[in-house]
Ligand binder design. Structure first.
Ligand SMILES: [Zn+2]
Length: 66
């Protein structure tokens, strides 16, 4: 009887199944990749793309909102 064994994912804190989970202690491949630093590469891409579009407008939004 080990079907209900879960643990909170160290990254997103969601309960991650322990059995039949090859990403443990993480809940998913995504969380494991983030922890390993792979996620940073993808995020850098997106961030750079948005920055190139209009960085000033982004800053303006933040200031006017607060
Ligand atoms: Zn997770």
């Amino acid at each position: 009887m080990t079907t209900n064994k879960t643990r909170p994912c160290p990254l997103c804190k969601k309960p991650a199944s322990w059995d039949n989970n090859k990403w443990r202690p993480f809940c998913s491949e995504r969380c494991k990749m983030i922890d390993l630093g792979f996620w940073a590469m993808g995020e850098y891409k997106v961030e750079g793309c948005e920055d190139e579009k209009n960085p000033q407008e982004n800053e303006d939004k933040i200031f006017t909102d607060s």
